[in-house]
Design a binder for this molecule. Structure first.
Ligand SMILES: Cc1ncc(C[n+]2csc(CCOP(=O)(O)OP(=O)(O)O)c2C)c(N)n1
Ligand SMILES: [Mg+2]
Length: 359
């Protein structure tokens, strides 16, 4: 078992893909060529879609946005291991996982453009809306897992949060409950080294985030989060354990946020250029591309064609999101309760009145 071989107290980090694009043979998941190429496709699409979102925000066409550049492997590896009936409970920086699981890009743009309809995913798709209050999604994910088990579903729940999320009470409450009740959860902490301007060293005095699992009584593992194959195999094993009733796992995805915290942030004010340069060498997309080239699956011509195709796809998604009808004032009030309570009726009337005066 990977979680034994890479027990947090052994001080090892799981790596499958080396920097030169070669694989550690005994860990190679031996995915077929079509799967490998689909992983690469989502990685490139995520990078392009992410860059575009930042540009749209700068042009005033999209609201505050949290860039995901550098964390693609950490999101797509687990998505490949997940099955249709599994849940993604995400924070706000998990674009790659959602795209790979089939959420239409235009819907995600719609959400970041400020329209809640953007969280109305494909019917039956098991993905919660984004959770901006840090850590709040962790107990939710445990509740979903507990309910799935009560219904005798063979379903697992992948819950994402950041290194900063581990300092919230909800982290303790969620993981403690999950350990006691052996819920089918896979917790993925994207340790991207920063929580806005707070570095990982100020977040916890523990050597690793993975080792926190020991106190909750379940396996933890630190994984190279810029290695899509390592993230795949670690999540795959954790999902199997969850589905077999063997309880939760904590995966620390050791990665890096290459962009700003959000488009409202300027990371140059608190971190050194040198750090960014070092992590750029470990870019998850470059590393996986080298692996594909070495296997004879990829070349420059394919790269150019893919980039052109995906850039056009991203433009179409922007058009579709921008053409979507804007929410009405009523929509803001309508969807929390089946029937709008009197109090909300009054607030809506008051707001209409105010806007009427301004207008
Ligand atoms: C409860 C709460 N406190 C503070 C904030 C403001 N805030 C938004 S993101 C963030 C940092 C989160 O860091 P981390 O969990 O490491 O995730 P990352 O942003 O690095 O992906 C903070 C403090 C918030 N949204 N919710
Ligand atoms: Mg972080």
């Amino acid at each position: 078992m990977l979680t034994d071989d890479y027990h947090p107290l052994k001080g090892k980090r799981l790596e499958v893909l080396k920097a030169d694009g070669s694989v550690v043979k005994e860990l190679d998941p031996k995915l077929d060529d079509a799967t490998l190429l689909s992983i690469y496709r989502t990685m490139v699409l995520t990078r392009l879609a992410d860059d575009k979102a930042v540009k749209l925000q700068r042009q005033g066409r999209l609201g505050a946005y949290p860039p995901t550049k550098g964390q693609e492997a950490s999101q797509i590896g687990p998505a490949v291991a997940m099955e249709k009936d599994d849940w993604t409970v995400w924070a706000f920086r998990e674009l790659g996982n959602l795209i790979h699981r089939g959420v239409p890009l235009w819907r995600l743009y719609l959400y970041w453009m400020g329209n809640e309809e953007g969280s109305n995913y494909v019917e039956g798709q098991r993905i919660t809306p984004s959770a901006v209050p840090v850590g709040s999604q962790i107990p939710h994910s445990v509740g979903i897992a507990y309910a799935a088990r009560s219904r005798k579903e063979r379903t697992a729940v992948v819950c994402y949060f950041g290194d900063g999320g581990t300092s919230e009470g909800e982290f303790h409450e969620g993981l403690n409950f999950a350990g006691v009740w052996k819920t089918p959860n896979v917790f993925i902490c994207q340790n991207n080294q920063w929580a806005i301007s707070v570095p990982r060293s100020r977040q916890t005095a523990a050597d690793t985030i993975a080792q926190k699992a020991i106190a909750y009584g379940f396996p933890g593992i630190q994984v190279d989060g810029n290695d899509v194959l390592a993230m795949y195999i670690a999540t795959n094993e954790a999902l199997e354990r969850a589905r077999n009733g063997e309880g939760p796992t904590l995966i620390e995805s050791y990665t890096y946020r290459m962009g700003d915290h959000t488009t409202s942030d300027d990371a140059t004010r608190y971190r050194l250029e040198k750090e960014l340069e070092e992590w750029a060498q470990k870019d998850p997309i470059k590393r996986f591309r080298t692996y594909l080239v070495n296997r004879g699956l990829w070349d420059d011509a394919k790269e150019t064609a893919l980039n052109e195709e995906l850039a056009a796809f991203v433009e179409e998604a922007v058009k579709k999101a921008e053409a979507y009808p804007r929410p009405t004032l009523e929509d803001t009030f309508k969807f929390t309760y089946e029937k709008m309570p009197e109090e909300l009726e009054e607030q809506l009337a008051a707001l209409r009145d105010d806007l009427g005066k301004e207008g």
